[in-house]
Design a protein. Structure first.
Length: 76
């Protein structure tokens, strides 16, 4: 496998990971938090703080994906 081909494959993998993380962060996690709040009214007050915490934990993931993208772009 040539360096350019390797770079393209690695960048594609990073894009897929970023897309799946975005779907998880923006669609699935808030939906599950809303379902949990409806199913357990006692947890309704904790829904927003937990959602904020989960969203903040995605920041290092996206930073690492950006750094990986830069590294893989330098390969090719």
């Amino acid at each position: 496998m040539k360096q350019k081909e390797l770079s393209v494959w690695l960048e594609a993998i990073v894009l897929l990971l970023a897309a799946s993380c975005l779907v998880l962060a923006l669609l699935i996690v808030p939906e599950q938090a809303a379902r949990l709040a409806v199913a357990n009214p006692g947890y309704k007050d904790l829904s927003l703080p937990c959602l904020i915490f989960v969203e903040i934990t995605f920041i290092p993931v996206f930073v690492s994906l950006i750094l990986a993208w830069r590294t893989f772009a330098d390969i090719g």
